[in-house]
Design a protein around this ligand. Structure first.
Ligand code: MN
Length: 289
């Protein structure tokens, strides 16, 4: 099943090129959710609601996906966790840059650890990316994003995928610079998720998923999660020794080689075949001049 949030915070089931409105379910789920719960109530309720959502979608009139404003498929994750330096070829390209600038290269993930992106940086594809520091190098990082469906801590590798409700495409937008990753990668709009959540049953092996992004029609990154250093199960196992994951939490799995700068006016097209594709525009945060 493909689930999106769209327009003015509506919930939709995507079938083919159409979105079917199931917002009534979202309203009921949210109304019944305790305030003190951690995580996203709608994501937490998906297993129990799935067949009803399918029935509601079958009766709801469709609206073309191309005519809706796509928001992040998760409204309220308790956190966005991200893997740095998790593809060998990306580590090599960043090491070459570091050498040219005479600075220390970043170590691979086992030494670098994970990092957090602020929830307030999260947007959907139709909201676009607003560049705040045009004097810096602002780059796209296309990634497979894991969405957790239930609470888990110290999750063993062999059970890792039991905690995953689905996947979506993640853009870990980055302003390059000397500061901590969390500072530079948490700028408003610098965490994009979309175009929708694809439930885990449609992607039995997240460690063999092709991912691609082009900027203004030119392919920049084109790889596969089979190149991950820490694969999806390992990221979940390792991450959950530090953090309890809650329903709706997001794990950006890392970016392959080919990261490149974007500027206001650019259009990014990210594609992950088993999920779909999303167009994301880049604009300036402040009007120039
Ligand atoms: Mn990244």
């Amino acid at each position: 099943m493909r689930l999106c949030r769209y327009d003015d915070d509506r919930l939709g089931v995507v079938r083919g090129k159409m979105v079917h409105d199931v917002t009534e379910a979202q309203t009921q789920i949210r109304a019944a959710a305790p305030y003190a719960m951690k995580g996203d109530a709608v994501i937490a309720a998906l297993p129990a609601w799935r067949s009803r959502l399918e029935e509601m979608a079958a009766k709801a009139p469709g609206k073309p996906v191309s005519q809706v404003k796509l928001l992040s498929p998760v409204a309220r994750p308790s956190k966005l966790v991200a893997a740095p330096t998790n593809y060998k070829a990306h580590i090599e390209e960043m090491a070459a840059r570091a050498a040219a600038q005479n600075v220390k290269p970043s170590p691979a993930i086992g030494t670098a650890g994970l990092f957090l992106k602020a929830n307030s940086s999260l947007v959907g594809p139709s909201e676009g990316v607003a560049i705040r520091f045009p004097e810096r190098r602002n780059e796209h990082e296309v990634e497979l994003a894991i969405i957790f469906g239930k609470q888990g801590s110290d999750i063993p590798r062999e059970k890792a995928l039991d905690y995953v409700i689905g996947y979506t495409i993640g853009l870990d937008m980055t302003a390059r610079g000397p500061e901590d990753r969390s500072f530079r990668k948490s700028i408003d709009t610098y965490s994009v998720l979309g175009p929708w959540l694809v439930t885990a049953d449609e992607i039995p092996d997240p460690d063999n998923v092709p991912l691609e992004i082009s900027v203004n029609g030119e392919v920049k990154q084109n790889s596969n999660t089979n190149q991950l250093i820490y694969d999806c199960r390992k990221l979940i196992e390792w991450g959950s020794t530090f953090y309890t994951f809650y329903p709706g939490d997001v794990l950006y799995t890392g970016t392959p080689e080919g990261v490149s700068p974007v500027k206001p006016g650019d259009t990014m097209l990210a594609r992950v075949d088993p999920i779909g594709e999303m167009t994301v525009s880049v604009r300036a945060h402040r009007a120039s001049g």
